[in-house]
Ligand binder design. Structure first.
Ligand code: SF4
Ligand code: SF4
Length: 386
């Protein structure tokens, strides 16, 4: 007989009962379209994986309400729906009542774990993480392979650099490029590249285990200022009471403050245009966020951006997050291609998105992480102190 889920934890009910009974079933989180606001679709899972309403934010709210009212739901069916969410948060951005369907979907993952209903593909992903300390299943010591052998240990550096799984692995391209940019800007950092912040576990529903890893990582980052190379790491470390800045945000701020010069390289042909790809991790940042700062910096340097409305908070997810590549790899690849131009250069501020987009892009599209892009096309130098 198949397993059912018959109740929700007290914690779940306390946190979300209001949302469950305030939903007006308006369907904005399912199929709202408002081109003037950049909303061409809401849910990448509905667009590219399944049109069944049970896979939507509204579907998660209705499922949770049904369980709360005593209905027994098939655990495997609900798990397939809830774990096929990219956790992008677009449904919440669309909800006119400010409800939290994506957060409820994430919390339902924990409820399903409590009845041992993690889908097999994600159980494998969890086991891979536990065995190797990263979601790629690569050897632990490969996390530091990008770091030059002769890199001195910076004992008293004023800044720490935390390179998470996606920037340090699988190639380490973003970690290496970000570190090189800081070096070129005259900054010395203490590198922590052998720890995970726990974000990959948290998105599987193992929130507490993820938070424990975040606290352990935070304890290693003793310097006054923490820079990060991974967007999901930044969000996870904020939960451990850190206030990390991304490398690229540091660079934007340093250029604005006149501490660092950034110029196109004379010996590298400039790209005719660039498509910047939004990261769901930055969805709530608004005009003060990293993505807006990068768009302004690149525009000031004469870089032609294909998407002038960047960052669009309603842009659909590229499919890198939420366990989607493990859960439904073909759908995750379609999500990625839907975010890319047919030809040319695409750049993401999020190393995890960049890895996923690179793996899924057609041969006419080049995808770079932001640090790799800046390092390739620009010359960075500390401005001499007068
Ligand atoms: S978080 Fe994203 S993928 Fe998940 S239901 Fe909402 S819009 Fe769809
Ligand atoms: S969660 Fe919000 S957007 Fe979705 S159906 Fe309910 S009220 Fe509408």
């Amino acid at each position: 007989m198949s397993k059912t889920i018959t109740q929700l934890s007290e914690d779940f009910v306390t946190r979300f009962a209001r949302d469950l009974y305030h939903c007006s079933s308006c369907n904005y989180c399912v199929d709202a379209v408002w081109p003037e606001r950049g909303m061409h679709a809401v849910c990448a899972t509905l667009e590219q994986h399944s049109r069944a309403p049970g896979y939507s934010g509204r579907g998660y709210i209705e499922a949770a309400r049904a369980i709360m009212e005593g209905q027994a739901l098939d655990a495997a069916t609900l798990a397939d729906r809830v774990f096929s969410c990219t956790t992008c948060g677009n449904c919440e951005a669309a909800c006119p009542l400010g409800l939290r369907p994506a957060t409820i979907g994430r919390a339902l993952r924990e409820e399903l774990l409590a009845v041992d209903a993690l889908p097999p593909a994600l159980a494998n992903a969890r086991d891979t993480f536990i065995a190797h300390g990263n979601p790629y299943g690569l050897p632990r010591d490969q996390r530091r392979a990008w770091l030059p052998d002769d890199e001195p240990v910076a004992q008293d550096a004023a800044m720490s650099l935390f390179t998470g799984c996606a920037s340090a692995l699988p190639t380490g391209a973003e970690a290496r490029a970000g570190h090189a940019l800081l070096k070129a800007a005259g900054v010395t950092v203490a590198v922590v590249s052998d720890a995970c912040c726990g974000a990959p576990l948290a998105e599987l529903g193992l929130r507490r285990e993820g938070e424990a890893l975040a606290r352990a990582a935070a304890a290693r980052l003793g310097a006054a200022e923490v820079l990060v190379a991974g967007c999901e790491c930044a969000a996870q470390l904020r939960g451990a009471n850190l206030k990390p800045r991304s490398i690229v945000r540091w660079l934007c701020d340093a250029v604005t403050a006149g501490q660092v010069d950034l110029h196109w390289k004379d010996d590298v042909a400039r790209p005719s245009s660039v498509r910047l790809v939004e990261s769901c991790q930055h969805k709530r940042d608004g005009r003060d966020g990293d993505e807006a700062a990068v768009a302004a910096l690149l525009a000031s340097l004469g870089c032609v951006l294909l998407n002038e409305d960047f960052p669009n908070r309603h842009a659909t997810c590229c499919g890198a997050a939420g366990g989607m590549p493990a859960m439904a790899p073909a759908a995750a690849a379609r999500m990625a291609r839907a975010c890319l131009p047919p030809t040319g250069l695409a750049v993401s501020l999020d190393a995890r998105c960049a890895n996923h987009l690179q793996a899924c892009a057609g041969e006419d599209v080049e995808v770079l992480g932001i640090a790799s892009f800046i390092e390739h096309y620009f010359r960075v130098a500390a401005r001499p102190v007068p």
